[in-house]
Design a protein around this ligand. Structure first.
Ligand code: NAD
Length: 288
């Protein structure tokens, strides 16, 4: 299939390369010359104009920093420029309202479109093992799935337009809360004189079992190997977690949802990100 890929950063670079590996012909566009050069090395055809990159393609995939940029790229360079009937797949993490708005505008212009944010970081993007949570009609989902399969291990239809973004921010809010809870419990066990490794062995097989403890232990030298063992380098950056928490708080307000713990987690990450935005989000244990 001929696909245009816009946004070849930390995530999009590897994703576009995986589309090429799967046999697709990929037109690549990014504002960064360096990202475009890497895309060319990975077998993509580089373009210096997004509207030219989408000409003649069957699908457009975007992986961009925020909702404002997604809206301006679709309105300025994709809608009305890509061939009639093409399918659009936005994999960026953005606010639910903008995701729905861009999908409605695309459908009105005769295209199919889904929001398809991802779970999994740069390693999963490079390795083709992302999980995609997809919002859109059944037809749009089926068409997007054919493209997404080349970049991920799971592609899940979450519901109508915007449902992918909803799943993503609710999941990441839960992750932030559970990471802070795990960190608090581990530090408290230590302060009370319990060997943290013993606490890990017990709690990871008891009702404290959760992904933050079992698969991403935030204390160095304890539990499974994780970013904590590499000085909190790599992994999922605190700045990106804060971005997702802000989106969650915004969405909660529009839906009148009560999120006292989500809000508190947001405040703690807001504070922590001031000097530590580049560290893995599990480094929040250092504040305890
Ligand atoms: P990034 O900043 O590395 O990449 C974004 C790319 O978009 C950059 O190369 C930038 O030059 C390009 N860009 C910006 N404006 C553009 C425009 N108008 N036209 C074309 N290109 C433009 O970010 P990333 O880490 O790759 O994240 C991308 C998206 O994926 C974000 O929405 C992020 O929240 C989400 N995400 C990231 C991770 C992660 O671990 N990095 C994990 C899950 C989801």
């Amino acid at each position: 299939m001929k696909i245009a890929f816009i946004g070849l950063g930390n995530m999009g670079g590897g994703m576009a390369a995986n589309l090429v590996k799967a046999g697709h012909e990929v037109n690549a566009f990014d504002l960064s010359e360096e990202a475009l050069a890497t895309a060319r090395d990975n077998g993509c055809t580089p373009f210096t104009d997004a509207a030219e990159a989408v000409m003649g393609v069957e699908a457009v995939v975007t992986m961009l920093p925020n909702g404002q940029i997604v809206k301006s790229v679709y309105e300025g360079s994709v809608i009305g420029k890509a061939p009639d009937g093409a399918v659009f797949v936005d994999c960026s993490t953005i606010d639910v309202a903008t995701a729905r708005d861009v999908i409605i505008r695309s459908i009105d212009a005769g295209y199919d479109m889904v929001d398809a944010p991802v779970s999994g970081g740069i390693a999963a993007a490079n390795g083709g093992t992302l999980t995609f949570m997809v919002g859109g009609t059944d037809t749009a989902f089926r068409r997007a799935e054919a493209v997404l399969n080349a970049m991920g291990k799971a592609v899940i239809h979450a519901g109508d337009a915007g449902a992918g973004q909803t799943a993503k921010i609710c999941n990441n809010m839960l992750l932030a809360i559970s990471m802070i809870g795990t960190a608090e419990a581990m530090k408290m066990a230590e302060k009370l004189g319990l060997d943290p490794q013993k606490f890990y062995e017990i709690s990871s097989q008891s009702s404290g079992y959760c992904w933050s403890l079992n698969a991403y232990t935030p204390m160095p030298g304890v539990g499974v190997e994780s970013p904590a063992d590499k000085d909190y380098q790599g992994g999922f950056a605190t700045g990106l977690m804060l971005k997702d928490l802000r989106l969650a708080m915004e969405a909660a307000q529009t839906a009148d949802a009560s999120i006292p713990l989500g809000r508190h987690a947001g405040e703690l990450y807001e504070q922590f990100a001031k000097d530590n935005a580049g560290l893995d989000f599990s480094a929040i244990i250092k504040t305890l």
